[in-house]
Write a protein that binds this ligand. Structure first.
Ligand SMILES: Cc1ncc(COP(=O)(O)O)c(C=O)c1O
Length: 308
């Protein structure tokens, strides 16, 4: 039977206010740079069939990747947890990424580095799959509204929960993002910018693709990974900056009520960067952007400028 495909829609301005297209994206698949049309994977790849794979998102500024070693290290750790063998060395991946960033038509952008289990039999058993497929996309990415850095973003606490850390280690940055997607759809339906996910104990886990920080009673707090948070590289950098600059901080569980009673709330992530939160479930956060956020933002920008 003839399949009817609808014409691909032209890119509409999205909630971020940007017109995102893949027009100028660069692609690299298994060692070769290629056109987007040639950047394809088998439908028998278990990454496609089961979300069996791992990835990293890396930002580059002035054509230079930021904190690339940390990202590659986390990629290998994630792959190792799933017993996926990456058929490239760290040096080979760094060289491919560096090269693509230099060629990009935009000086600032985003790199998606993905490793899939590889082709296998249709059943989910990973035995016999492989070799792993590795691909890189270099593209522009605007995750938040243009004025978010000054005005903050609106959020909800999603009804979708983060998967328990005893069911799936949140440190594994895998291709399974379904509960983040469900939470994002909740945010879309309520017309807010982002969703915050709790775990089964009603403590804050993280946002859709960002870690959560609060300032409560003068202390900067972010949840531990065991509460369902990815060991974010931006999170790690912010904690190091807090330590260096004498901001009191803690890695501790954040009950929902504490989140709502915070003086400042902000999100961190490679894609979103540092974003202050203006409201949660319609409740205004008193300081947005707050003093601690603003101080850390300046220090973080300093790291970007130093390293790139
Ligand atoms: C679920 C989730 N949490 C947190 C983050 C932030 O981590 P990072 O700062 O390493 O980008 C990400 C980033 O992709 C993410 O997907």
């Amino acid at each position: 039977m003839k399949q009817h495909h609808t014409e691909p829609k032209k890119a509409e301005p999205n909630k971020t206010g940007s017109k995102e297209t893949n027009q100028n994206a660069l692609c690299w698949v298994n060692g070769n740079q290629c056109n987007q049309e040639d950047a394809t994977l088998s439908i028998f790849d278990h990454g496609v069939l089961y979300g069996d794979g791992v990835f990293e998102g890396i930002r580059f500024y002035h054509h230079k990747p930021l904190l690339m070693h940390d990202h590659i290290e986390r990629l290998f750790a994630s792959a190792n947890s799933l017993e996926i063998v990456i058929p490239y060395t760290t040096a080979e991946l760094i060289s491919a990424i560096t090269n693509l960033c230099e060629q990009a038509l935009f000086s600032h952008g985003y790199i998606r580095l993905v490793v899939t289990r590889g082709v296998g039999a249709i059943g989910l058993n990973p035995i016999g799959c492989g070799p792993a497929n590795v691909f890189i996309i270099v593209a522009e990415l605007n995750m938040m509204p243009a004025n978010a850095i000054h005005q903050g973003i609106t959020t909800i606490i999603a009804t979708t929960r983060r998967i328990s850390s005893s069911a799936l280690d949140p440190r594994i940055k895998s291709l399974n993002y379904l509960n983040s997607i469900l939470a994002k759809q909740e945010a879309n339906r309520t017309n807010v910018d982002e969703a915050i996910l709790l775990n089964d104990q009603n403590n804050v886990a993280e946002a859709v693709a960002e870690n959560v920080f609060i300032v409560h009673k003068g202390k900067l707090i972010t949840p531990p990974c065991d509460d369902g948070a990815l060991n974010g590289i931006t999170r790690k950098t912010i904690l190091a900056l807090a330590q260096e600059s004498g901001i009191p901080y803690d890695i501790a569980s954040i009950p929902e009520a504490t989140l709502l009673a915070s003086d400042e709330v902000f999100l961190t992530g490679t894609g979103a960067e540092l974003i202050p939160v203006r409201s949660i479930n319609g409740k205004l956060i008193p300081q947005c952007p707050g003093q601690i956020f603003s101080k850390l933002k300046v220090l973080y920008t300093g790291i970007i400028e130093q390293q790139t």
